[in-house]
Each structure stands twice: as structure tokens, then as C-alpha cells.
Design a protein. Structure first.
Length: 253
């Protein structure tokens, strides 16, 4: 048995290529599909169960037919992380559990008209819960809306999913220092900057976190077209790699 995480999208709300942009990264993405970046999202496969991490893919219902996954695990309720839920909720069948932070507002009318989505599974920071044998711990992040990352742990492996965030809150960092994951998938929207961004990390922020955490493998996600341009001309430090749509991370279960 393995713990498998697939990156379904590694871009931000703009995606790559960006509408109307002719930068080198957007031109490349127009020509070669492997360089395109959909909204940041993923899937987790463990013990025969599939969990969808966020729901920002606009064609989510087409990609994941009814019965192909067990539940959603949401980081937050910004549109680029939940837009796929809007048509899916009007489907037919049993309710689908949606786990996420206790955001009273949600997004638009999702809570008012949930359809077959069950939003009652609100989570508490640092309180671990079970998803078909996978141990999941919500971790507060630094973002403009209430946002959780997650430590996903099996008996032998663990991975931290940390998007969207600008650095890490001190309590989340301390938790990860005490419970170090083998792999960290983290928001890195921006190339190195002199001043840290407000809502999303830049590469300097991630480098500093790697040094403090000692994480052996860092995978970057929520990548902007400007950062893609930077990476076309610069190499990432050892132990840090750029995620890509369709990337599969497989760990021992």
C-alpha cells in the first residue's frame, strides 16, 4: 500500500498561460501543453480511497465521474479553489463530504444551496482526524482568507500540503518541526524578492523555511508566469523543485 499524491494543478488564479500575456513562459505554455498550469489542486490516493485537495478545476465534474472519489479536502473558499463545486453540487446521488476550515461565509451561495455537497465537516487547527486510515492534521496558514494546509500521514510516511500561504505561522512551523514530513508541497508564487509578498510565498521565503525545517524534498506549487520566466533563466537550489500539472508523488503507505 502506498500514499500517492498527484498535482492536478500548480498555478494560481491566473493560470499559465495568462490571458493576453506574451511573456516567454506564456508563449511556451501555448505551444507545449506540459508547461501549462491549472489552478492549484491535487488528489490523494490511500487505502483505496481518493480525496480531492481543493476543487478549482473548472471541469472537475468531467474529470472525476461520480463514485471516483470519496471526499473533498478544501484549503479555503477562494473561487480558484472551489469553482469546480458549483456545477458538481447539482449532480444526482448520495452526499459527498467536504472537509475544510470553519469559514462562515464560504464562497458565493455554496452554503445556501449545497446540493449533494455536505459542508458540515468543519475542521479544527491541529486536531487530527481520520480519512479511510489516512491521518490528516489541519494547519493554519498565512492568507487573506481563513486557510488550512494539511499534514497527511500514513503509518510510514507523511507529506505537508501548504497552499495558499505567505511563509508559515509560528505555531504551524513549530508543529512541522516536531512532526517533520518527508515531502513538503508549498506555495511559491513568486521569484526571489527583496520584500516578502503579502499573500503568497516567494522563493526566498521557501529557501529560508527549508533551512529551518531541514526538509529533504520541497515541491513548489501555485506558480505564476513571472516565476516561470525566472526559472527559465535560473536554477532552483538543491532539494527544491518546481511541481508540474500531473506530477505524481508516491510514498510508502
Amino acid at each position: 500500500m502506498s500514499l500517492t499524491i498527484t498535482l492536478l494543478g500548480t498555478g494560481g488564479a491566473q493560470q499559465v498561460p495568462v490571458f493576453g500575456c506574451d511573456c516567454a513562459a506564456c508563449q511556451r505554455a501555448h505551444l507545449h501543453v506540459q508547461y501549462r498550469r491549472l489552478p492549484c489542486s491535487g488528489s490523494v490516493n490511500f487505502n483505496g480511497a481518493v480525496t480531492l485537495l481543493d476543487a478549482g478545476l473548472h471541469d472537475l465534474a468531467e474529470r472525476w465521474p461520480y463514485g471516483s472519489f470519496q471526499q473533498f479536502l478544501l484549503t479555503h473558499y477562494h473561487m480558484d479553489h472551489v469553482q469546480g463545486l458549483f456545477p458538481l453540487r447539482w449532480g444526482v446521488g448520495s452526499q459527498i463530504a467536504v472537509y475544510g476550515p470553519p469559514d462562515e461565509q464560504g464562497c458565493d451561495d455554496l452554503f445556501k444551496h449545497p446540493g449533494l455537497l455536505d459542508f458540515s465537516h468543519t475542521l479544527t487547527p491541529f486536531v487530527t482526524f481520520d480519512l479511510q486510515g489516512l491521518q490528516v492534521t489541519p494547519l493554519p496558514l498565512n492568507h487573506s482568507k481563513l486557510t488550512f494546509g494539511y499534514l497527511l500521514a500514513s503509518a510510514h510516511s507523511s507529506i505537508a500540503w501548504l497552499s495558499d500561504t505567505a511563509g508559515l505561522p509560528s505555531d504551524t512551523l513549530q508543529f512541522l518541526l516536531k512532526n517533520p514530513p518527508q515531502v513538503v508541497v508549498i506555495d511559491c508564487s513568486h521569484e526571489p524578492r527583496d520584500k516578502p509578498p503579502r499573500n503568497h510565498s516567494d522563493l526566498n521565503t521557501v529557501i529560508a523555511l527549508k533551512a529551518e525545517m531541514g526538509s529533504p524534498r520541497i515541491i513548489l506549487t501555485h506558480i505564476s508566469h513571472q516565476f516561470d520566466v525566472w526559472m527559465m533563466e535560473n536554477a532552483l537550489p538543491n532539494g527544491i523543485e518546481a511541481g508540474f500539472d500531473g506530477m505524481v508523488i508516491e510514498l510508502e503507505g
